[in-house]
Write a new protein. Structure first.
Length: 171
């Protein structure tokens, strides 16, 4: 009999991932911040569920509207006009803006279409752009990725949180 893979989006698996992220940040003496749109603060919630998270998590911004993406995270109006809120450029600018505005050494940003509506041509429900930014020798490095997740609104958001946390273990 083969061992079934664990669902990476259950509460217990998200807690396990958040614990690993916290331990890695503590080991490296780094602190992190979040910039969230489609997850509505769920990444920050999972991180702060971990006792002692104040030792490595500074806080986050939930910027659901384009206005807040601009005013709180420094996303350029030209970026939103040219690419939209759900885009590589916006995710990158959100992550960089989180580091510059909130501090810390590591940031994750997410922007997407969780559904059930909001789909656009080329951007179906479930499309999520991720941005990770980190400080390295005085410079800010970034990585971005896009996923298209299946399922209802909660499933898309849970998969987004899991993907964001998993990649944090690599930056």
């Amino acid at each position: 009999m083969t061992k079934e893979a664990k669902d990476p989006t259950t509460d217990s698996e998200l807690q396990r991932l958040a614990t690993k992220v916290g331990a890695a940040l503590l080991d490296e003496e780094r602190r992190m911040v979040t910039a969230e749109s489609c997850t509505g603060g769920w990444i920050a919630k999972v991180l702060t569920d971990i006792p002692g998270s104040s030792n490595w998590f500074l806080g986050g911004v939930v910027a659901y509207s384009n206005t807040l993406k601009q005013s709180l995270l420094g996303v350029l109006p030209s970026t939103l006009h040219a690419h939209g809120a759900v885009s590589e450029a916006t995710a990158r600018e959100m992550a960089i803006g989180a580091l510059e505005t909130l501090g810390g050494q590591v940031a994750v940003a997410v922007t997407g279409i969780a559904g059930p509506d909001g789909a656009q041509p080329g951007k179906p429900v479930g499309t999520v752009w991720f941005g990770w930014a980190w400080r390295l020798e005085g410079e800010i490095e970034t990585r971005v990725a896009m996923e298209t997740f299946a399922g209802d609104r909660e499933a898309v958001r849970r998969q987004t949180v899991a993907r964001a946390l998993n990649e944090l273990l690599r930056v």
